[in-house]
Design a binder for this molecule. Structure first.
Ligand code: RTP
Ligand code: MG
Length: 148
């Protein structure tokens, strides 16, 4: 069973419950879920790979502007399947190419794009540990958040 890291960004926080229903409807288990507001330091560390990009300061301002929901998703092929459910990075492009995707439905543009997904299994491991240091990646957590 594979795990990936998902984050609902501040622009879509008001739609978080609806997005979680879509995630579970697509056969993912939400193994961990936590709402929080990122500090600028934590946001810069999380998005460190983009530190030299022109959009970095705008990204940090956006991602720290409100509450986010950090989640661990569990499913066969979780990394690729979650990126596919998200759609293209740019929500405007997503509206054209993948109108049912989460970024098409809940995002606005190339920055305000509703949600994040790890882009590889190694990124997933790093990002899960970043938010949930105690999480056991070797275990299968068959129940959704709130159930036991
Ligand atoms: P993410 O990491 O959030 O899942 O998105 P991604 O892989 O599809 O895109 P990435 O290249 O990793 O970019 C990270 C986030 O930075 C913002 N961004 N702004 N203004 C811009 O041109 C621009 N480009 C990217 C987006 O919020 C993007 O998701
Ligand atoms: Mg990325």
């Amino acid at each position: 069973m594979e795990h990936t890291f998902a984050m609902i960004k501040p622009d879509a926080f008001e739609n978080a419950d609806e997005i979680c229903k879509i995630i579970e409807g697509a056969d993912f288990k939400i193994a961990e879920k936590e709402s929080l507001t990122l500090t600028p330091a934590k946001a810069k560390s999380f998005y460190g790979e983009h530190k030299d990009r022109a959009f970095f300061s705008g990204l940090i301002e956006f991602i720290t502007s409100g509450t986010i929901v950090a989640m661990v998703l569990e499913k066969e092929n979780a990394v690729v399947d979650w990126r596919s459910l998200l759609g293209p990075t740019n929500s405007k492009q997503a509206e054209e190419e993948a109108p049912d995707s989460i970024r098409a439905r809940y995002g606005t543009d190339v920055q305000k794009n509703a949600a994040h997904g790890s882009d590889s299994p190694s990124a997933a491991e790093r990002e899960i540990k970043f938010f949930f240091p105690e999480f056991d990646l070797t275990e299968t957590h068959r129940t959704s958040q709130g159930e036991e």
